[in-house]
Design a protein around this ligand. Structure first.
Ligand code: SF4
Length: 442
């Protein structure tokens, strides 16, 4: 963001107050703090407006692929390192359906991409796009698959370097805002023209260097194509990491506009490609597209993505309260845990394995795990006693006992004193819960 002084230099300096602020300098300060909109001043020249919009734009452009509920947003990142703040827009993962495999195989993959999802720590994770690739197969198969995918509930990536075939594919999915892959040094004039006419985002790649990539992206921008995704050249994992890092650094630290766009990595399914996919999720691919990836790897990649794209300063939490597992009665055991999501879902999953109905008392620890919360004084006999009272635990459960995590056995005496409940020290790891719960019954 420009400073208040930078903005002030571009304002009309009439001090007329029509912007509802007494002076131009005060208005500049409000703009710098994002408390006012430039439109409030009727006297800003078009040149100053363009300059201010350009200097106030995020270092990496926010690009949307798809429309409505099924759109994905990428870019608009401001950090090099996740621990400095957070990464905002998770890497989009896409499955490739290639016309070299025939139309039926393409349709099967389109269908599989839509159904691939799972729940982890309370969040639904899924494949975010379907990629239709025209390689060695018949263009008719590719175009037929585009028609099929146009009805899918996922953003589409259209993959061909033939501008004619791309033009026909674009005509089959009006209003779907697919990503066009890709403009290269050989075809970029035609591809840029196509992207401009349909206003769809465009991948630029195939360049032999980052300099050439920047030149083509600059050309596209000047031609009126703003939604650009960059695909740097790579020859292996180390060059992939190097180029993606150079692009991120040039955008975030140097504000170098021709490289200030999201990035894409297109991979196969070799062991090296799988490793590069994980690398891309960590640093700094906005989109990773793969072909025929083993399901178990894909799920691991999704879990990695979830971990990378959470705010490191805000633990994922569940709501504190008394949860049920199965249909517990007044004879069912009560387990104690904290509201750190990973802890909660791990304990819950292990308790479910026992098939014994239980109550799960989740204490508010600001999203910290058991040992961290205990060490920080957020999981104390007093806080547990308060939760027992608030949740009316003794009314719902007549056993008169509670199972606490083995790692906080030291709170047993005081907790018994405060609640009157018999304290059962549970296993140190929740994986020991099924055995214990079966012995407790309920
Ligand atoms: Fe200055 Fe424009 Fe505000 Fe008038 S309306 S005070 S010219 S910023």
């Amino acid at each position: 963001m420009p400073t208040a002084m930078d903005i002030y230099k571009l304002l009309p300096k009439k001090n007329c107050g029509e912007c509802k602020v007494p002076t131009c300098l005060a208005f500049a300060m409000q703009l710098a703090n994002q408390k006012a909109a430039l439109e409030a001043c009727p006297y800003v020249s078009p040149e100053a407006k363009a300059a201010l919009e350009e200097s106030g734009a995020p270092p990496i452009r926010l690009v949307t692929v798809g429309v409505g509920d099924f759109a994905v947003k990428i870019g608009d990142e401001t950090q090099l390192f996740r621990h400095d703040k957070t990464f905002y827009h998770p890497t989009v993962l896409g499955f490739m359906a290639d016309d070299a495999d025939g139309l039926d195989a393409m349709k099967t993959k389109i269908s599989a991409a839509q159904s691939m999802s799972f729940e982890r720590v309370g969040q639904m994770i899924r494949v975010d796009s379907v990629v239709l690739r025209h390689s060695t197969g018949k263009p008719e198969d590719f175009l037929e698959a585009v028609k099929e995918a146009a009805g899918a509930k996922l953003p589409i990536v259209l993959m061909t370097e033939d501008p004619k075939v791309m033009g026909e594919a674009v005509a089959l999915c009006p209003g779907k805002r697919p990503l066009l892959y890709r403009a290269t040094p050989q075809n970029h004039d035609a591809m840029i023209g196509l992207a401009k006419s349909c206003c769809f985002p465009l991948v630029i790649g195939g360049a032999s260097s980052l300099d050439e990539l920047a030149q083509i992206s600059d050309k596209a921008k000047k031609a009126g194509v703003s939604d650009i995704i960059l695909e740097p050249h790579t020859s292996g994992a180390s060059s992939m990491l190097e180029n993606l890092t150079v692009i991120r650094r040039a955008a975030v630290k140097k504000k170098f506009r021709p490289l200030g766009y999201p990035t894409i990595s297109v991979l196969g399914n070799s062991d090296l490609d799988l490793m590069r996919a994980a690398l891309g999720v960590m640093k700094y691919s906005s989109i990773v597209l793969m072909k025929d990836v083993p399901r178990e790897f894909l799920f691991s990649l999704m879990a990695l993505r979830q971990n990378i794209f959470t705010d490191p300063q805000v633990p994922i939490q569940v709501k504190p309260g008394l949860y049920t597992i199965g249909e517990p009665s007044e004879k069912s055991p009560i387990l104690l845990t904290t509201n750190f999501s990973l802890t909660y879902f791990t304990v819950r999953a292990d308790a479910e394995k026992s098939k014994v109905p239980v109550w799960l008392l989740v204490v508010d620890t600001d999203g910290q795990s058991v040992m961290t919360a205990f060490a920080a004084g957020k999981l104390t006999p007093e806080s547990v006693a308060k939760a027992v009272e608030t949740e009316k635990v003794k009314e719902k459960n007549k056993r008169g006992d509670i199972v606490i995590p083995g790692m906080v056995s030291r709170m047993s005496g005081k907790l018994n004193e405060l609640t009157g409940l018999k304290i059962i020290v549970g296993p140190r790891e929740s994986s020991g819960l099924p055995k214990m719960l079966k012995s407790l019954g309920g």
